[in-house]
Design a protein around this ligand. Structure first.
Ligand code: AMP
Ligand code: MG
Length: 360
């Protein structure tokens, strides 16, 4: 476990981590999205170990991380010029493209698929590692499969300590949710996973339409052919988590009233309840443990705290947790996708009738 300056990573630390990767070891490192669990992408045994230590299903492929757009041709082929143009606008950054894979990419990285997911991360530590190794790094999130992704080194320690060779502690990650993934091998391109960069923004940058299937919203399971990883349940705390969708509650007052009535039903049954709520609404809840996730007016703050709060639920030893919903625009789509996948039950808000006249 080594501390690393997230903005100006020291050469010594990076050299040591690169050495571990060269020898076929696994290194957890911070990226701007979540912590990654990295292996030398050309070392078959190291890549296979990633699946082992995470308990990751073998049909869920990894993302390849490059340090510069010029390295794209090492891993992908038949990349249209328009995609280079788009990549040059969003990289380095939290956007992953699925493209046709080049022959040099190991089948263990892509879980046997003819396509490969590629990203150039914007975190100085991640970039320094890839540059130091001189090859793409294969890295999924550095958590046990199914658990919330790690946004601090502490989360990585909880899940993987003793199973991997090195953890680089670069403090909190910047965005807190995993990259936006777009499949560019289909026409139109398809959003496979919403992330920090909103699909609306990508459409404008690329001047194209991107299909947003129901599974990308977390509303249904994806077929294996589309996106292998999306069919798995993710991010779930052990505690029962109920997500309350906005549904027909068009005002914040109606929504809050409904969530409160739901909480009361549990309290009456002597349940201990926790609620994931916004800075604006948390003060309104009584007799519950509140987990304040950020302001409704700053969805980046909500995204950054999301996985930390999901992990905290289990430490509270409550009987049930309830989460509020957030607006599905920009990074909000990523927040709602993760919350839907993390929850064991989804309830739609219906306005509760207010008594209009008092009895005689
Ligand atoms: P993680 O880095 O842990 O968030 O996992 C990587 C994600 O990228 C998983 O959800 C995979 O399903 C997805 N992914 C990786 N490679 C491909 C690919 N070739 N086609 C579609 N999805 C992919
Ligand atoms: Mg993951």
């Amino acid at each position: 476990m080594l501390k690393v300056d997230p903005i100006n990573p020291g050469k010594e630390v990076i050299d040591e981590a690169v050495e571990v990767l060269r020898e076929g070891g696994l290194v957890a490192f911070p990226t701007e999205t979540v912590y990654g669990l990295g292996a030398d992408s050309l070392n078959k045994d190291a890549v296979k170990r990633i699946y082992g230590v995470k308990g990751r299903p073998p049909d869920n492929p990894l993302i390849l991380h490059i340090s510069d757009l010029s390295e794209l041709e090492m891993v992908a082929r038949d990349v249209p010029p328009s995609i280079y143009e788009l990549a040059s606008k969003v990289w380095p950054g939290p956007v992953t493209f699925v493209l046709r894979k080049s022959d040099s990419v190991l089948p263990e990285v892509t879980a046997g698929l003819p396509t490969v997911a590629v990203r150039c991360p914007a975190h100085p530590v991640a970039l320094a590692l890839i540059k130091g190794l001189g090859r793409p790094i294969a890295a999924p999130s550095a958590n046990l499969s199914g658990r919330p992704s790690p946004t601090t080194a502490d989360h990585v320690i909880k899940d993987l300590l003793g199973r991997i060779e090195m953890i680089l502690d670069g403090g909190d990650t910047f965005f807190g949710v995993e990259s936006t993934i777009i499949n560019l091998t289909t026409d139109p391109p398809v959003l496979l996973r919403p992330g920090p960069v909103g699909v609306e923004d990508l459409e404008k940058l690329a001047n194209l339409r991107i299909l947003v299937p129901a599974f990308a919203k977390g509303l249904e399971e994806a077929g294996i052919a589309l996106s292998p990883g999306m069919k798995y349940r993710h991010y779930s705390p052990q505690t029962t988590l109920i997500l309350v969708e906005i549904g027909q509650c068009l005002t914040q007052t109606a929504y809050l009233k409904y969530v409160k009535s739901l909480i009361n039903e549990y309290i009456e049954k002597n349940f201990k309840v926790a609620v994931i709520c916004s800075r604006e609404t948390c003060p309104d809840y009584e007799k519950t443990v509140t987990l304040e996730i950020g302001s409704r007016n700053n969805l980046y703050e909500v995204a950054k705290n999301l996985f930390k709060k999901l992990r905290e639920i289990d430490e509270l030893r409550v009987d049930v947790a309830i989460s509020e919903s957030f607006e599905e625009r920009g990074v909000g789509l990523a927040i709602m996708n993760r919350l839907r996948k993390a929850s064991s039950k989804i309830i739609s808000c219906v306005p509760t009738p207010t008594p209009t006249s008092s009895p005689p």
